[in-house]
Design a binder for this molecule. Structure first.
Ligand SMILES: Nc1ncnc2c1ncn2[C@@H]1O[C@H](COP(=O)(O)OP(=O)(O)OP(=O)(O)O)[C@@H](O)[C@H]1O
Ligand SMILES: [Mg+2]
Length: 358
């Protein structure tokens, strides 16, 4: 039997993450959905028939626009309003209040409240991500400038190689060609992936399993690989190949730091209320790559996401800057914490890439 439309509407209200309150013209609460109860931290019974001015006696600045909305019949939206719910509890909300008439000839105010102080702000200094991006942009420009003359250099060495009468000199032209190729490869890596980001359905566990198999095959002995996945994670929209590269760069670093011997753990969870690069997300994927190696050298900690920063004799210092770049293009980011025996790299990845950053 079909559900009556009122019951259906109620069920929708009940399942919303957004707190919805309806109030009468005296700002007395007439109804609240479960998210509303959760926001105020009390049961609906406790909220019903209480006036918002009683519930938040010290918040006239937040309440005044509501009366205004009732008087003018116009909706209002307010940002970052502080509500003092008890002496111990102050929260910050964004709200929209919409007056709706025709309620037995009376008017109701529908209040949608979103708590904003629960959003965990990543990249505590917002400028940090910008500065990584600026570093990479300079490097891309430089890489481009190097590649053109390098092509000329290589071509000339090849011509010379053919023309040289004395075969003994060819050893030198070969060195020029070989070194030019090496430099071109480095420059290509420095530029990072240049293809436009694909937007395909990606199962993050399939990506992690792919990385796990690769890393395991590269280190058949001494590496203990552990997994702790949240199987309820839905697919995300992103570029599978590039995500593999980002995760692989970080996993390889961990293995290199442990000299191929130690524990590497891959973990996934949902993280709620996260702000990345000024964008708020209700839910993001949190991937953790943890190792029990010696930890990131103290003197490198502030810089490891910048290009060409390396603590390894044979490192190029590009792995993390490329990984951060790839995550950035997905609207996400990478952070880490590290101490000897416990290093964790955290990837925060939105389910859908916000905006059109490429
Ligand atoms: N899990 C880790 N444990 C300890 N140190 C780490 C870890 N991950 C990264 N590092 C440090 O950060 C540095 C920078 O890493 P990044 O991947 O950017 O460059 P790289 O590994 O040196 O060179 P590349 O990845 O380009 O071959 C590393 O050289 C290492 O010193
Ligand atoms: Mg690396």
């Amino acid at each position: 039997m079909a559900m009556p439309s009122e019951a259906r509407a109620q069920r929708i209200l009940d399942s919303l993450n957004t707190a919805i309150l309806t109030c009468d013209r005296d700002l007395k609460v007439v109804s609240a959905n479960p998210a509303g109860e959760a926001l105020f931290g009390v049961s609906t019974n406790h909220l019903l028939r209480r006036s918002l001015s009683d519930l938040c006696p010290n918040d006239r600045r937040a309440i005044a626009p509501l009366r205004n909305a009732l008087e003018t019949g116009q909706p209002v939206t307010a940002h970052a309003m502080r509500l003092t719910l008890s002496p111990e509890l102050t929260i910050t909300v964004d709200y929209t209040a919409t007056p709706v008439s025709g309620w037995n000839d009376d008017v109701r105010l529908i209040l949608e409240l979103i708590r904003v102080d629960r959003f965990l702000r990543l990249a505590r200094e917002d400028s940090l991500l910008d500065s990584y991006a600026a570093g990479r942009a300079v490097l891309r420009g430089l890489a481009h400038e190097i590649k053109n003359p390098l092509g000329g250099l290589r071509g000339a060495a090849q011509l010379l190689d053919r023309e040289l009468p004395n075969r003994g000199y060819r050893e030198y032209t070969r060195i020029i060609i070989h070194e030019a190729d090496r430099l071109r490869n480095l420059v290509d890596r420095m530029m990072g992936p240049r293809q436009p980001l694909k937007s395909e359905a990606v199962n993050i566990h399939e990506v992690l399993e792919h990385v796990r198999r690769l890393v395991q095959a590269e280190n058949p002995e001494g590496l203990i690989l552990l997994r702790d996945y949240d199987p309820s994670l839905p697919d995300l929209k992103g570029d599978r190949e590039q995500l593999i590269q980002a995760i692989l760069n970080v996993a390889r670093n961990a293995v290199e730091a442990m000299d191929g011997r130690g524990r590497l753990e891959l973990r996934t969870r949902v993280k709620r209320f996260v702000t990345i690069d000024h964008v708020r997300h209700r839910r993001v994927i949190h991937i953790e790559i943890a190792d029990d190696g010696p930890g990131v050298p103290e003197e490198l900690r502030a810089q490891i996401f910048y290009p060409l920063v390396t603590g390894r004799a044979d490192g190029t210092g590009l792995g993390l800057s490329i990984a951060q770049d790839i995550l950035g293009r997905h609207g996400g980011m990478i952070e880490f914490t590290s101490e000897p025996g416990a290093t964790r790299f955290s990837f925060y990845l939105p389910f859908n890439k916000p905006g059109n950053r490429t």
